[in-house]
Ligand binder design. Structure first.
Ligand SMILES: N[C@@H](CCC(=O)N[C@@H](CS)C(=O)NCC(=O)O)C(=O)O
Length: 253
């Protein structure tokens, strides 16, 4: 039996749950507290700080520790027969490459700035181990005050969102690759959702600050907002976010 170590609100775990549910992999869901990880997780993982999601099959020792690997493996297993709506397996090579690029930008630059937009105060420490990224992507970052730091992070996220918006505004393109959903949509959806849900700081927010970030998101990215709503309301997403969700169970014969 496969076990998915997961955390309900983790965007990496969400996208894996979506893919595992879609591709009908029977699995047990083990919800983890990130604050007190069980010893078995530490035993499984070679990482200094184990992360979720992890997919493990105790009987065989099969282990995947990266969400991208889990999604890809689930879709490709058994010659792709579970990828029934062709999210990945039957894509053209250029579409696969594009999907990989989208995912890598999402997990890299976008996630980096999303964290800073969401939690600016957590990242102002001069000893931030991620400061090297700050230099890579934003040489001015450390010289900004908190509001400027947050706005700067938001603007950087919006560069990525603008690409998605452009894709979705093409004719007949309800999804990033066109008419049909694909792995790219699923890989980034939970992160775009986090961006759209960031709440304004309680103090000092002015009209100029927009005050209402959600309205700002909807106004600037109308096609992306519609796309996000479609995914948020999808049966798949609602299923994997259900507090009682315990993994895909095959229908009774
Ligand atoms: N590269 C990993 C990243 C996963 C990740 O960062 N997960 C977060 C939760 S959203 C985590 O487990 N963090 C460890 C911690 O907070 O201790 C993947 O794609 O699976």
């Amino acid at each position: 039996m496969y076990i998915l170590y997961s955390f309900r609100r983790c965007p990496y775990a969400m996208r894996c749950r979506m893919v595992l549910e879609y591709s009908r992999l029977p699995f047990l869901l083990r919800e983890i507290s990130l604050k007190s990880k069980p010893p078995e997780l530490r035993q499984l993982s070679d990482k200094e700080t184990p992360t979720v999601p992890i997919l493990h099959q105790p009987e065989s020792g099969f282990l995947l520790e990266e969400s991208w690997d889990i999604m890809k493996w689930a879709l490709e297993r058994d010659a792709g027969k579970f990828d029934t709506e062709n999210w990945w397996v039957g894509l053209k090579q250029e579409q696969k490459t594009w999907t990989e690029q989208i995912c890598s930008e999402n997990d890299g630059r976008f996630k980096f700035f999303l964290d800073r937009y969401k939690y600016p105060t957590r990242y102002r420490d001069a000893f931030d181990p991620d400061a090297r990224y700050l230099n890579k992507w934003d040489a001015t970052g450390t010289a900004l005050n908190e509001k400027q730091f947050r706005d700067n992070a938001r603007r950087n996220c919006e560069q990525t969102l603008a690409k998605y918006e452009e894709c979705l505004r093409r004719p007949d393109s309800r999804f990033l690759l066109g008419r049909r959903p694909g792995l790219a949509d699923v890989a980034v959806m939970s992160f775009v959702r986090q961006f759209a849900h960031v709440t304004p700081p309680k103090e000092n927010h002015t009209e100029h600050d927009t005050g209402d970030y959600t309205r700002h998101f909807t106004r600037n990215f109308p096609a992306l907002s519609t796309w996000l709503t479609t995914w948020k309301q999808s049966e798949l997403f609602l299923t994997i976010m259900d507090k009682c969700y315990s993994g895909y169970s095959p229908p009774l014969a």
